[in-house]
Design a binder for this molecule. Structure first.
Ligand code: CTP
Length: 427
């Protein structure tokens, strides 16, 4: 995602406390700088036992700070200076001992001192715990983790899995790419805070026999980008995905389905407990009327078989017709006359918003161009009619959606008024 420079202009203090996961933080610095951030590394004495500051100076392009007595800052107060400059402090790895020190408000070494002295109103503290599973699950650590949350600290992970000590369980530090995603999400405006968003994505697969079926070229990328953008904007997201091989965006609940009927049966009971439904899936309109139990053999057949098709349920139209329908957004993948088809779908599906795109030009690609069509207006994204990557478009769409929800009085508690603070414009 570095080509989008999601962290452009952000200054991140990356703190390392003692733990074998320090080696992963070297990769994290690379990812952060590639995403446009400047990174100032602070290491504790214990971190220096695992990896040297030389690595981090080389990767961040800045001298590493290790001591509160470092006299380089003009005011000779490294702990104040470093915190003032930071947009966020991320401690990765955060050891059990370091967490305990934070809970107590200790200030006898530079990293905990900087965390304590930071301007809390504008510089969040994020921790990526990393430790042996027994240490993580110990009541003392759990107590400390809860206290830190209560104090406003954001804990990222830990993840479960194989540990350096040979044991398997909770306590692994999140991977560098996951921490990057978390930081990028941290800086997104929470336009959709409190909203529950249900999304369908990908193609469906309509079986003919146990090995064959009818499907389409939808990659699911647009729907997955929307799921990520909705989560980043503060929404609780459920993603119902057809057969695609895409990683689940962090923080998103994913339910995998295969056929249009599976998708319908999964979506319908969930619709009422969501505020917004975004149907990006390329649902097959028809399925074979009969499913052959065994593979249809060529052997012995003189003429090619033909298949009778029957219509699939229209998931979007069904949800839109529910008595307590969520705010419904449809997608229209067309090959021509985008605006006319999108307008017709708006009426046919009974939804307030259709997002049109040219299917053959976008399926499987990372870029797209959208046309947002409601009863009265249409709006191109990007505005100049060019194309943009799908996550950038998805973020812009979520911003537009938040404005529409606010206009309809569908704002939920915790919602940040759309338009403030502002996102950077997309070009
Ligand atoms: N959709 C749906 N269930 C279906 C068919 C479509 O939920 N059985 C949704 C899609 O997810 C999309 C919108 O309806 O949000 C429009 O889908 P599209 O395939 O473009 O429209 P169709 O109704 O199939 O119209 P046509 O094939 O004539 O373009």
């Amino acid at each position: 995602m570095s080509e989008r420079a999601d962290l452009q202009g952000r200054h991140i203090v990356l703190g390392l406390s003692g733990g074998i996961a320090c080696y992963k933080s070297a990769e994290l610095v690379r990812l952060l700088t590639q995403a446009g951030a400047t990174v100032q590394v602070i290491m504790t004495e214990a971190a220096e036992a695992f990896i040297t500051s030389v690595t981090f100076q080389a990767l961040s392009g800045r001298p590493v700070y290790t001591s509160q007595w470092d006299s380089r800052p003009d005011n000779n107060m490294a702990h104040i200076q470093l915190g003032r400059e930071a947009d966020v402090i991320l401690v990765a790895p955060a050891s059990a001992d370091f967490m305990a020190r934070l809970v107590q408000g200790r200030a006898d070494e530079l990293l905990s001192l900087t965390c304590l002295a930071r301007p809390r109103d504008r510089c969040a503290l994020l921790l990526a715990p990393a430790m042996n599973r027994e240490m993580w699950s110990h009541p003392a650590t759990q107590r400390n983790a809860q206290q830190l949350r209560d104090d406003g600290t954001i804990l990222l992970g830990p993840a479960a899995g194989q540990q350096a000590c040979g044991e398997v369980g909770d306590g692994r530090m999140l991977e560098p790419a996951e921490l990057l995603d978390e930081l990028v999400a941290h800086f997104q405006v929470k336009h959709l805070a409190g909203q529950r968003v249900l999304i369908t994505a990908g193609p469906t697969f309509e079986a003919i026999d146990p090995v064959r079926g009818i499907t389409n070229l939808s990659s699911g990328k647009m729907g997955f980008a929307i799921a990520r953008a909705a989560h980043e904007a503060g929404a609780q997201v459920t993603l119902v995905a057809g057969p695609v091989h895409l990683p689940t965006p962090r923080g998103v609940r994913r339910l995998d389905v295969r056929s249009a009927r599976d998708m319908h049966d999964t979506v319908l009971p969930l619709a009422a407990e969501h505020d917004v439904f975004i149907a990006t899936a390329a649902v097959a309109d028809w399925r074979p009327a009969a499913l052959s139990e065994h593979k249809i053999k060529k052997e012995g057949k003189k003429v090619a078989p033909t298949f009778e098709l029957t219509e699939n349920p229209d998931i979007l139209a069904t949800v839109a017709a529910l008595p307590q329908a969520p705010y419904c957004v449809g997608f229209a993948a067309e090959s021509e006359q985008l605006l006319a088809h999108a307008r017709a779908k708006l009426v046919r599906k009974g939804v307030p918003l259709i997002v049109g795109n040219l299917g053959p030009a976008t399926f499987g690609r990372d870029d797209n161009a959208l046309l947002l069509v409601d009863a009265d207006t249409e709006r191109a994204l990007p505005a100049d009619g060019s194309s943009a990557d799908k996550l950038t478009l998805a973020r812009e769409l979520m911003r537009d959606l938040a404005t529409r929800l606010a206009r309809q009085g569908r704002v939920r508690a915790g919602h940040a008024a759309p338009g403030e603070p502002t996102d950077p414009p997309i070009h």
